[in-house]
Design a protein around this ligand. Structure first.
Ligand code: AHR
Length: 338
């Protein structure tokens, strides 16, 4: 009897230890996945301006849990000075690794040097910085300029083959494009614009007639488009290119209020591929969206571990992306994760 009890007790201890070991992926105790201790990451997020940003934040938090990384999360409310303060606080707290999404691309040299001096590796997430790449360890995110190029390529093809209510692109008629820019000074706005314009320069009959920031938000996208739809030349607009889906969704409301049909009278193309954009495509109000993947959490955590272990990482870890329009939206929508 005594021997049986001992065996049962030992089995219970072993299974408890196994369960605890298997719980590496979550909870507050334990060690970081792939390491022999728990690592601490400071992450400076820029805010919650869009559906995309919310998906990005959720992905970062979920992945930190999964890797059992202690995440010190800071929301900068769209202000660079808040980001600088947060990063300085991370340095004082001696975190193992710092990740940040730069709200604008300039003004990072000094703080990156401070991180370097403190020997804390840095991960630049989603938006690039205008700083020598020796100052940070890795950029994880999209080829932002390529997103602008893809949007222009899609637009030109569509205008040539289908066109809007004013007709197709015959190579001669002037095609008037209005552009809703993202946050001024952010890499996501600057590079999307550069890529779009670079492609457009091949087609002299296309002109960007108006361009204004909508700060990546629905409310401002709506506001700016509302003003454009009230202008005397509103009837000349052929295409709207919005730097993100949220602004396009806001602008679509303004187009409808003005009595025009979005995606038929005015062709609408945007970037991100969030669920809201798929819903708009299914309602036939948005023509196309170029994917910019916000689910960067797992790549950030995996890279963080490698940097702490001093393992080699690529200078740029690109996100995996696609593009969608009316013809592919219905099939893709059910499996969309954001
Ligand atoms: O930096 C990525 C951009 O920021 C997304 O396209 C936009 O929706 C977001 O807010």
């Amino acid at each position: 009897m005594k021997r049986v009890l001992t065996v049962l007790l030992m089995a219970a201890v072993v299974s408890f230890a196994f369960a605890a070991g298997g719980k590496q992926g979550g909870g507050s105790g334990g060690v970081t996945k792939g390491m022999d201790r728990k690592i601490v990451m400071g992450y400076s997020q820029i805010g919650a301006e869009s559906e995309w940003r919310t998906a990005c934040t959720n992905s970062v938090k979920a992945a930190a849990e999964e890797y059992n990384i202690e995440l010190i999360f800071s929301d900068a409310q769209q202000k660079q000075e808040n980001q600088l303060q947060a990063i300085r606080a991370f340095i004082r707290q001696k975190v193992d690794v710092i990740a940040f999404t730069p709200v604008v691309s300039t003004g990072w040299e000094a703080i990156l040097q401070e991180c370097k001096d403190a020997k804390i590796p840095t991960i630049c997430v989603d938006r690039t910085v205008d700083a020598p790449n020796t100052l940070y360890d890795v950029y994880i995110g999209s080829d932002i300029k390529a997103e602008g190029v893809k949007a222009a390529v899609w637009m030109v093809n569509y205008m040539k083959n289908t066109g809007n209510t004013r007709g197709k692109d015959d190579g001669r008629r002037a095609i008037n494009v209005v552009e809703l820019q993202g946050t001024v000074g952010s890499a996501a706005a600057t590079d999307r614009q550069v890529g779009f314009k670079q492609e457009l320069a091949k087609y002299p009959n296309y002109k960007i007639t108006k361009s204004q920031t909508g700060n990546f938000t629905r409310a401002e996208g709506l506001q700016v488009m509302e003003a454009w739809m009230k202008a005397p030349d509103a009837g000349d607009i052929d295409v709207l290119f919005a730097h993100n889906d949220d602004m396009a969704i806001g602008a679509i409301d303004a187009i409808k209020t003005a009595g025009k049909k979005p995606a038929t009278d005015i062709i609408v193309i945007s970037v991100d591929a969030v669920k809201g954009a798929f819903e708009a495509m299914l309602r036939k109000e948005l023509n196309a969206t170029i994917e910019c993947n916000p689910l960067l959490g797992p790549q950030i955590m995996e890279t963080g571990v490698k940097l702490v272990l001093k393992q080699p990482v690529d200078k740029w870890i690109p996100s995996i992306e696609s593009q969608y329009d009316w013809t592919t939206a219905e099939q893709a929508y059910p499996s969309r994760q954001y």
